[in-house]
Design a protein around this ligand. Structure first.
Ligand code: SAM
Ligand code: SF4
Length: 340
């Protein structure tokens, strides 16, 4: 493999953190309606607001050119975006050049049956599949529109294609808090890592009260230790996850605790929405509109300047806090807009 072909200086924020990881939401649409993420009657963005696949390519390539070496594609459900494989195929040129070290995605798994092999062929080697339960009835209750068997078939297809799978489960009190051991066992048997995510105060949840849903990961860990031999491992992903190993299964379990721990010091990531806004921190409203810089100019100079100006504003950290028994620092945008 050839060495990286970076042509512009790296992106360094005011706190000397190198920005090397871009998450890109390619659509706000989804074939599921998970109750912690969307309301059932969502209004989606008009198509013309979205970056086209060509624009997404130009945008991502500009970031790669400035040192971004990891690209995670998310949504909404990224695999329901029409023509999305064209985009993956096109991004694979940055893997071939060595500039991009990883091209990955976060998916609900529903479309993996048809896309697992093409994704592998485009260079995708690891994916995150969001799955909060192994119980079909509960799955329906959580996702409202999801089909459990289709997701399980999708997981099998990805596994068979040789893609490494990490399961992401949102920890939901009263919903999947009785499934911890089953999930650990199933993931252990299948050779999947498992990460538990604390529910975050995103968007308008309708009737659902997030404080009722909140199952702190300190409790998840305690429960885990009651049954399994758990050992800390110092795996640093540069992100918010902390990992333990499970002796009995040989698998790893991670915890993403954006609300109870501050992981901001090592933050290396920024998020691009499907409309071309760059969010500098998941927990802050500050954003930069890159779409105008991209659409209004043929060359990339204005876009590159806009990216650099945005990174120069990356804040030190976020303000989420459940501890005051009210949801402080609550963000109004839905998770599907910025991507998880
Ligand atoms: N549709 C894809 C999926 O579900 O994997 C990608 C987008 S989804 C918004 C990304 C991740 O965000 C998923 O793992 C999902 O469970 C998580 N998520 C959504 N709403 C959340 C919330 N309120 N709190 C914590 N995680 C959330
Ligand atoms: Fe769709 Fe993912 Fe949100 Fe569920 S979590 S509604 S699958 S975007």
């Amino acid at each position: 493999m050839k060495g990286p072909q970076m042509t512009a200086p790296q992106l360094i924020d005011p706190f000397q953190r190198a920005v090397s990881y871009l998450r890109v939401s390619v659509t706000d649409r989804c074939d599921f309606r998970c109750y912690y993420c969307m309301s059932e009657d969502m209004t989606f963005l008009p198509k013309k607001e979205l970056l086209t696949l060509e624009e997404l390519d130009r945008m991502c390539s500009a970031f790669v050119d400035m040192g971004v070496s990891k690209l995670r594609i998310t949504g909404g459900e990224p695999l329901v975006r029409k023509g999305i494989m064209t985009f993956f195929d096109s991004m694979s040129r940055h893997l071939a050049s060595g500039a991009l070290k990883e091209l990955t995605l976060t998916t609900n798994g529903s479309q993996l049956g048809r896309f697992a092999q093409p994704l592998y062929d485009a260079g995708v080697r690891r994916i995150n599949v969001s799955l909060d339960t192994l119980n079909e009835a509960k799955f329906k209750q959580i996702t409202r529109w999801g089909k459990f068997k289709q997701v399980m078939d999708g997981v099998d297809a990805a596994d068979k294609a040789g893609i490494k799978i990490k399961i992401n489960a949102v920890a939901l009190k009263g919903t999947n808090d009785d499934e911890l051991h089953d999930m650990v066992e199933w993931c252990g048997t299948r050779g999947f890592d498992l990460t538990w995510i604390e529910v975050m105060p995103m968007g308008d949840m309708g009737d659902a009260d997030r404080l009722d849903q909140y199952w702190p990961l300190s409790d998840v860990r305690k429960q885990l230790e009651s049954r399994w031999s758990v050992a800390d491992i110092g795996l640093n992903t540069g992100g918010p996850a902390k990992y333990v190993s499970i002796k009995e299964t040989g698998g790893r379990v991670g915890f993403i605790t954006p609300l109870t721990h501050n992981f901001c010091e090592s933050c290396n990531r920024v998020r691009l929405t499907c409309t071309g806004q760059l969010f500098l921190c998941l927990g802050q409203e500050d954003e930069a509109d890159l779409r105008a810089a991209l659409r209004d100019h043929e060359g990339n100079e204005a876009l590159n300047d806009a990216i650099r100006a945005a990174i120069a504003r990356k804040p030190k950290g976020h303000d989420f806090d459940y501890s005051r028994q009210k949801i402080a620092g609550e963000m109004t945008r839905h998770m599907n807009h910025t991507g998880g």
